[in-house]
Design a protein around this ligand. Sequence first.
Ligand code: AMP
Length: 399
Amino acid sequence: MDMKNILIINAGSSSLKYQLIDIDNESVIAKGLCERIGIDGSVLGYKSNKGNTEIRRDMKNHEDAIKMVLDVLVDEKVGVIPDMSGIAAVGHRVVHGGEKFSESVLIDDDVIKAIEDCIPLGPLHNPANLMGIAGCRAVMPKVPMVAVFDTAWGQSMAKETYMYGLAYEAYEKYGIRRYGFHGTSHRYVTQRALKLLGTDKAKVITCHLGNGSSVSCSKDGRCVDTSMGLTPLEGLPMGTRCGNIDPAIVPYLMKRADMSAEQVDAYMNKKSGMFGISGVSSDFRDLWAAANEGNERAKLALSMFALAVKKYIGSYAAEMNGVDAIVFTAGIGENDRGVRELVLKDMDFLGIDVDFEYNQSCPRGEEVELTKKGSKVRVFVIPTDEEMAIARDTAALAR
Ligand code: AMP
């Protein structure tokens, strides 16, 4: 079958992001976002080289949203394909695959059941992802679909890496272990780094620094460790998440501040991190603006973030007995030169020879190398593209 156009779906509880990708030349033909699904004032946004549009129409559920996406893709004016047969396969981003999925799979009833079984692990995301899958199945039952899991990358971690120091029964009874997230992004930029290094055999540390942030390391393209855990809360302090803290702080807050479990959860996920530390914003552009005006807490937040990234790089280099390349990606990693400088300065002991001037002047959003010729460890900025990674897997499996 001709596998030209792949539809990528990233379904949230009331939103649905989509992209139509021409896999032959890896280009995005159309993309957009459905918002307020199941809520008053639903709206579909759409962009393509035939034109952009915004359609306000009720979307009761994800099935409605997908119908609207298909309608606009074949629209006479702004559409990019003549009819629905122009979609060869659909790739779905699925957040939590538990221990059931270590790679992408073709979706069938058993896969849907297994994703349902993982709902306790991904209570916010998996139900939404399943609605996206069900919606597509209802509207285009004959088109092959593929699930690409955020947690699949972390499945190659060794047991001593993914286990917590809790009683073993916590793992056996409740599946409490480290899974890791952002896997599709870490895998995509790792593969690209291996291309740039010109080898399949290398130790790579990838820093996905965005609204959510994680660091991961891999040997020969397989994940060795990653900073997020059972949930995306573990690891670095992030936009609004606290990252690693003494776990005893949770019961301490519950008693001391009379908070419920839900309140502590929201406190750690939504009110902490860069936002909570700075009192300014979760956006790094705002943090730098405040810091440059002398805001001490904004400076503190930036320093804490960079230090946390640095510590992960150091520990992963130790864990792998070396590192060949370090990659920066996602909103902050690709754009924030100041954070990269804070992370990379005083790391020459590792054999990193960074061109700090070039780090400050290099173009944003492009693939660049930050290290000087001859640097033992090479440092790259590689723009991530999760949709393209999903499209590649989808085409490969659906063929
Ligand atoms: P992401 O989750 O990958 O989309 O990243 C979003 C985050 O990237 C934003 O919240 C900002 O903190 C950060 N970001 C985006 N653009 C810039 C920029 N030009 N400079 C610094 N940080 C940026």
